[in-house]
Design a protein around this ligand. Structure first.
Ligand SMILES: [Zn+2]
Length: 266
């Protein structure tokens, strides 16, 4: 590499719940010290929220952080089949609650999640991130009826308006066992490399990451990728690219050019 000066990073903090607020506050202090204010907080509505904890969410909004929906309870009540069992063992470890549901159940969960923000007097969230980035058994077109504008999947950011997926490498630091550390480190190395061609990267932070084995890698990445964007900028950038292409060429040429550039949005 290294063209990390021109790569735009989306920074998110996962699993905002009453029991993690202390860690979240400490993370935000560190991000502020690193001059990072474009941070999206992924909130779990079905946790045991007290009025004081809800006040903290209002405070986050006042401080300019964007809140996003992140599942409902962030844990599963049952394992739904072999695929889910494998995912639970190797990736999500019992948090991918969509995988235990059918399509109707998934839609109901996401609607309940969105409604909760309004009930608490918070701004309507535009982004939804399924726990462990696992959307489950639901067709993409079923998402069009939901009130969210964007979805973050394992592979990238899906725009609800256009139905387009923007593939985007993802960095993670939840190295809570010795076995996960080398796997995550290799994964991150590959994804940093991918970011230099894609032009975007996601930095997904979990509440305890600063106390875990990849804390130094996380701090280094926050420093390495110095341009921080809001999630909404992904769609805005795609729109702009679309307009540029459309104004430069005939509409049919623009169409084919868009599909060619889909896996490489720069
Ligand atoms: Zn999560």
């Amino acid at each position: 590499m290294d063209n990390s000066d021109s790569i735009r990073a989306l920074v998110s903090v996962h699993d905002v719940m009453p029991e993690t607020l202390e860690q979240i506050q400490a993370l935000l202090e560190r991000l502020t010290a690193a001059d990072i204010s474009a941070v999206t907080l992924l909130v779990v509505p079905g946790a045991d929220w007290t009025p004081a904890a809800i006040d903290t969410l209002h405070d986050f909004e006042r401080r300019g952080y964007e809140l996003a929906g992140h599942g409902w309870r962030h844990r599963i009540s049952r394992i739904g089949g072999l695929r889910h069992r494998l995912h639970a063992t190797f990736i999500s470890r019992q948090v991918a609650e969509h995988l235990a549901l059918d399509a109707l159940g998934i839609v109901a969960l996401m609607k309940r999640c969105h409604a909760w923000f309004l009930e608490q007097g918070l701004r309507p969230p535009s982004l939804y991130v399924p726990p462990a980035w696992a959307m489950g058994r639901i067709e993409r077109n079923a998402l069009a009826d939901l009130p969210f504008l964007q979805y973050e999947l394992f592979s990238g950011i899906l725009s609800a308006q256009t139905g387009r997926l923007h593939p985007m490498p993802l960095l993670g630091y939840e190295a809570d066992t010795a076995g996960r550390t080398p796997v995550l480190r290799l994964w991150n190395r590959i994804n940093r490399h991918r970011a230099s061609t894609v032009g975007w990267i996601r930095i997904g932070i979990h509440p305890h990451d600063l106390d875990l084995r990849l804390a130094e890698d996380l701090k280094a990445d926050l420093h390495r990728f110095s341009i921080h964007a809001e999630y909404g900028a992904v769609d805005a950038a795609a729109d702009q690219r679309c307009r540029l292409v459309t104004s430069a060429r005939s509409p049919s040429a623009a169409d084919s050019s868009m599909s060619n550039t889909r896996s490489n949005p720069r």
